[in-house]
Design a protein around this ligand. Structure first.
Ligand code: 26Y
Length: 819
């Protein structure tokens, strides 16, 4: 009772002010007068988290009591975004807090701006994990998210003379008010060493792993509040720390430097997020990270979340470990190791349990993105796990033989162990063999996964494959990011849509309502002004509110084809300066790019440089008369997305068909009333089906056509030769027009396009330019454009991550809402 009264959310502004000042005075140790914005932010965050505390303990208590089946989402990345606004929204305290703060002479917005977002992910996959745990909490589904508490998240991007320079992201430097360390639940994670037979006390000979070194895994809990439903789920992130044994042995031997070095070595495991996305490199530290968090999580679940006398044969009734791509797949042999070596189950019984406890989500189609670990490295770091993988593979291939006979080609194709170019473990195959289900992330992706990436496995396990189209949380990406649109929606169709997004359908008739359209346009214009203010303050550049705002924000990757967008800009520019078109006839456009490149991805960095160079030239050429603007704010992240997306008119989703597994930015734009120009790829396919062809600018080759051109032999230069506009655009870049006359600067980009062009930018150029002309024409008819934008919002309710979660529950997890 005492706990409840202390932490119950305030019902009055005065109540809040009292608690806030108490936190400021006794938590931060400063007076209001002497406090900095950071003091105030920290005090506010702690006040708000107190309000969530009672709900959190209640959620945990009930979970212990009911022991209902839950999800353990295993993900190496969580791209959470700022926490404060979401916590206030979930608890419905925004107004009370804003009023209370203003009594103290403080603007809530200033405190929100003080928060450094936890950027513990690279892009889509990490943000998806964050959306999913939000939805599960909101739907009252028991879920614990497991991951890594990186000390440094995704790097902060800056530009120096147009080139990307990476800065460390010290997101913890000003305090970490949202986390709760639980050192009492620390776990020891072992690595290396050797394996030998050993006769146990029960007289049975078992394999025994004698590791060479270990680290401590310290859990840090984060609250995952459901939207106004009194539930708070947990996200548990692990931090690596040197074990005392590790330290002391060396320290006592008198080697201080070595002791420090050893500690640093251990702590490196959770030091920094790998900034590569989609191109795995066989880095030992990455495998250490993966095993570290997965072993800690599985051990934690079994030892901490289950009753002591739990019968492990019942494990599949209590938990499903959802593998977010292959990064946590080492959890499969780890669970086997725990069951067989530690809990002394028979191999067969352990395998029956394991097969039911995992499900695998694949997020890619690029062959180079499928993770493999060399047997050499795996055997050195995790010798027992390698043995277990070998045995899993042996038994799996025996089954394949039983079914198909000694079809050696097939056996080689399907083996979890690849022999070339070096002996290695194919993690996606291991996940497919062990997983109860395997899913892709959009209809097209799931189909290609079955037909192109894992066809043998689909033939072998036909029922295993399924689709769950991705989604996004409307709480963050509509309600928080776009308050004025949210208000208009609620005014029009009432409350309830935020947790039942299909209700947006109710907006459809209003597309024909002139007054509604005017209000809808006013919302968009307001969002453009808000973005203008943000960008002026942040980067000293603004956006015109009478421009078509054309946005391409996503990781920089060749398959996503930022260079295609760039060619459109260069063509428009070229037509203006050559006088081919009258500048007065050009639709005024501002193009916004946001993109980080993996630090080691050379071509991606060249493209960033080129975008900045083109922007510099175009923006400063008086002949353009400000009718074409290119802006590239550095360090695109969740926080900036929340400002950019609601302001956008046009969403660029222009990957080569068959390469983007789903995309999720595409969904955020549609839900915020931008029209998409896009290829028939990923979830674009479903967006177009839902919003209708009239409200979507489709262009480019379809996936089978891409495939076909590839087989016939793609010669990019033939497209260059055949298309005068394309030739002029490429020649202009090659001429040094954007590099002060220096032809060498962008030569790598130009020759890559002309002689390689793996993602067929040149083949889709003409279609893209034509589609952009259709965009200009449509935008000229304001009422028509507004109608289409409204229909995009009204028909995109399907893309709520709540729906994705329902699909996972129905098709994969069988975890009903709990309470
Ligand atoms: C192994 C390591 C290098 C690695 C690290 C990050 C590999 C992949 C990734 C991230 C992949 C990723 O973000 N994939 C994206 O997942 C989204 C959510 O499903 C999809 O919408 C998007 O199409 C896909 O590219």
């Amino acid at each position: 009772l005492a706990l409840a009264t202390v932490t119950a959310p305030p019902t009055s502004v005065d109540g809040f002010v009292r608690e806030f000042l108490r936190e400021l005075n006794f938590g931060q140790g400063v007076s209001l007068q002497a406090s900095t914005v950071n003091d105030q932010y920290l005090a506010l965050a702690r006040t708000v988290r107190h309000y969530l505390m009672a709900r959190w303990s209640e959620t945990l208590r009930r979970q212990r009591e009911t022991q209902s089946k839950g999800v353990a989402y295993l993900s190496a990345e969580y791209l959470l975004g700022r926490q404060l606004g979401n916590a206030l929204l979930a608890t419905d305290l925004t107004e009370i807090v804003a009023d209370g703060l203003s009594q103290c002479g403080i603007e809530l917005a200033d405190l929100r701006a003080q928060e450094v977002e936890p950027g513990l992910g690279n892009g889509g996959l990490g943000r998806l994990a964050a959306c999913f745990i939000d939805s599960l909490a909101t739907m009252s589904v028991p879920c614990i998210g497991y991951g890594i508490r990186y000390e440094y998240g995704i790097f902060r991007q800056t530009f120096v003379e147009g080139r990307q320079v990476e800065q460390p992201d010290s997101w913890l430097a000003l305090g970490a008010p949202w986390e709760f360390p639980h050192p009492e639940n620390a776990r020891r994670i072992s690595f290396g060493g050797s394996v030998a037979d050993h006769t146990d006390d029960d007289g049975v000979v078992r394999r025994r792993w004698t590791p060479a070194w270990d680290v401590n895994a310290l859990p840090y809990n984060y609250m995952v509040p459901g939207y106004r439903n009194g539930r708070v789920n947990t996200l548990r992130l692990w931090r690596a720390q040197a074990t005392d044994a590790f330290d002391l042995k060396i320290f006592n031997s008198g080697d201080y430097e070595e002791a420090v070095r050893a500690q640093t070595f251990a702590e490196n495991i959770s030091k920094v997020l790998y900034p590569e996305d989609s191109t795995p490199q066989g880095k030992e530290l990455r495998l250490q990270q993966q095993y570290f968090f997965v072993a800690a999580s599985i051990g934690d679940f079994i030892d901490q979340q289950l009753p002591e006398d739990f019968d492990l044969a019942q494990l599949p009734e209590r938990i499903i470990f959802q593998l977010n791509d292959t990064h946590p797949v080492i959890g499969v042999p780890e669970l086997m190791r725990v069951l067989v070596d530690e809990k002394r189950l028979e191999w067969g019984a352990a395998w029956e349990i394991t097969k039911k406890c995992f499900a695998y989500t694949c997020h890619t189609l690029l062959p180079e993105a499928l993770e493999v670990w060399s047997v050499d490295l795996l055997g050195r770091l995790l010798p027992r796990h390698l043995e277990i993988i070998y045995r899993i593979n042996e038994e799996f291939l025996a089954e394949v033989r039983e079914r198909f006979g000694d079809d050696e080609l097939r056996i080689r194709r399907m083996s979890i162990i690849a022999e070339h170019p070096e002996r290695s473990v194919r993690m996606a195959y291991l996940a497919t063999v062990a997983g109860a289900k395997v899913n892709g992330v959009a209809e097209l992706h799931s189909q290609l996964l079955r037909d192109k990436v894992l066809p043998d496995f689909h033939e072998f396990y036909p029922g295993k494959f399924t689709n769950v189209t991705n989604g996004i949380t409307p709480r963050r990406f509509v309600r928080l990011a776009n308050p004025s649109l949210s208000e208009l929606i609620t005014d029009t169709i009432g409350v309830g849509w935020l947790t039942d997004l299909e209700r947006l359908r109710g907006l459809e008739p209003f597309a024909e309502d002139e007054e509604f359209r005017a209000r809808f346009r006013a919302v968009k214009a307001g969002n453009k002004r808000r973005l203008d203010a943000v960008l002026r303050e942040r980067d000293g550049v603004g956006v015109h509110d009478d421009h078509l705002l054309d946005v391409m924000v996503k990781r920089l990757h060749e398959y996503k084809r930022q260079s295609l967008k760039l060619l459109h800009i260069v063509t428009t520019y070229d037509k203006i300066v050559s006088g081919e078109v009258d500048v007065a006839d050009v639709t005024p456009r501002t193009v916004i790019f946001g993109a980080k490149a993996a630090p080691g991805y050379k071509m991606a960095k060249e493209i960033i440089h080129l975008i900045n160079a083109v922007g510099e030239t175009v923006n400063n050429d008086p002949r353009v008369q400000d009718r074409l603007k290119v802006i590239f704010p550095p360090n695109y992240n969740v926080t900036l997305a929340e400002k950019v997306i609601p302001a956008a008119d046009l969403s660029e989703q222009i990957s080569l068909a068959g390469k983007e597994a789903s995309g999720t930015g595409n969904m955020k734009f549609a839900l915020n009333g931008a029209l998409t120009i896009g290829t028939d790829d990923g979830a674009n396919v479903e967006i177009r089906q839902l919003v209708g062809d009239d409200n979507f600018f489709l262009f480019g080759m379809l996936e089978p056509e891409v495939e076909d051109l590839q087989t016939r032999g793609y010669v990019p230069s033939s497209f260059y030769e055949a298309d005068a506009d394309l030739r002029r655009a490429i020649d202009l870049i090659a001429s040094g027009a954007f590099s002060g006359g220096d032809r060498a600067t962008f030569e790598p980009v130009v020759s890559n396009l002309l002689y390689e062009d793996r993602f067929m930018v040149l083949a889709d150029y003409a279609a893209y330019i034509e589609a952009q002309a259709a965009v200009d024409a449509a935008y000229a008819d304001t009422e028509r454009w507004t109608r289409a934008a409204i229909l995009n919002v009204a028909r995109s309710g399907f893309f709520s991550s709540d729906r994705s979660m329902r699909d996972y529950i129905d098709r994969i997890w069988a975890t009903p809402p709990s309470f």
